[in-house]
Design a protein around this ligand. Structure first.
Ligand code: ATP
Length: 252
């Protein structure tokens, strides 16, 4: 039986006086990959930031059966919620290895001893990072920097990893490799993934379940099989226009 790892209830978020999440209910089971789809401005980034407690919210967030609504971002990270932000946030002047080492600092102090093993696991998942371990992160390609950002988050041994638009600005072939790596991470590291994406086609290949956000609300949600032909996503997104399907990379 699967256990619920994350649950939000009537989650509301504001920027100033403007409400941008209008009562989100979602649940994610241990070991699940959930893809959060939605057009620009739907609230995907805000929802991920709300879960990792980087924006304040009303409503409830439960992680591992504990109410974390009042927690800080640092406490949430230490409890095992990793976050790879859009734009990656790697330290461009530091080497690949130094960036990864920083990732392990997000762990509680008494759990940092296994970092040698963690380096090996990250390098095994992304061999290109091993080849480039001494190189400045700023000299890596966009795709390699995304792998580094994910690798850095893995160094903290999260139980839940939130990833914001991993395919942004990356060539399709690299995006495919990246998604394959994410599927391996779930299988081999037993990490649950919540991935915000606009690239529906590739992300559906690895998802167990899909949530479509539109205008700060859940417009559709269900097992990935229900979303394969794109009609449900089209309706939830932009109406049933062909242009809408193209915009989100869904085959017609
Ligand atoms: P994108 O794919 O463009 O990042 P998104 O689905 O992640 O879109 P959010 O970035 O969460 O959406 O934005 C949700 C809404 O909140 C949008 O209307 C956006 O303009 C607004 N917003 C986002 N960040 C801020 C901010 N720092 N201050 C004010 N409004 C913001």
């Amino acid at each position: 039986m699967s256990t619920t790892l994350l649950k939000t209830r009537r989650l509301v978020a504001h920027y100033g006086s403007v409400e941008v999440l209008h009562g989100i209910d979602l649940a994610l089971s241990d070991g699940e990959i959930v893809v959060l789809l939605g057009p620009n401005g739907a609230g995907k980034t805000t929802l991920l930031r709300a879960i990792s407690r980087l924006v304040s919210t009303q409503g409830a967030i439960e992680y591992d059966a504990v109410d974390i609504t009042g927690w800080s971002g640092a406490r949430t990270a230490r409890a095992g919620v990793g976050h790879v932000p859009e734009g990656r946030g790697t330290f461009v002047d530091l080497t690949v290895e130094e960036n990864l080492r920083l990732g392990s600092l997000a762990r509680p102090r008494d759990q940092r001893v296994r970092s040698r093993e963690d380096f090996a696991l990250v390098y095994d998942t992304f061999p290109v990072l091993a080849e480039m371990r001494g190189r400045q992160a700023g000299l890596l390609s966009g795709g390699q920097q995304q792998m580094l950002a994910i690798g850095r988050a893995l160094m903290a041994r999260p139980r839940l990893l939130l990833i914001d638009e991993p395919s942004l600005g990356i060539a399709p072939l690299l995006t495919r490799q990246l998604f394959e790596a994410l599927a391996r991470i779930r299988n081999e590291w037993s990490i649950s993934l919540l991935i915000a994406e606009q690239n529906a086609r590739l992300s559906l290949d690895i998802a167990d379940r899909v949530i479509v956000l539109a205008g700060g609300r859940v417009a559709a949600a269900g097992p990935v099989e229900e979303f394969r032909d794109g009609d449900v996503i089209k309706r939830a997104y932009l109406g049933e226009t062909d242009g809408g399907a193209e915009a989100i990379g869904v085959k017609k």
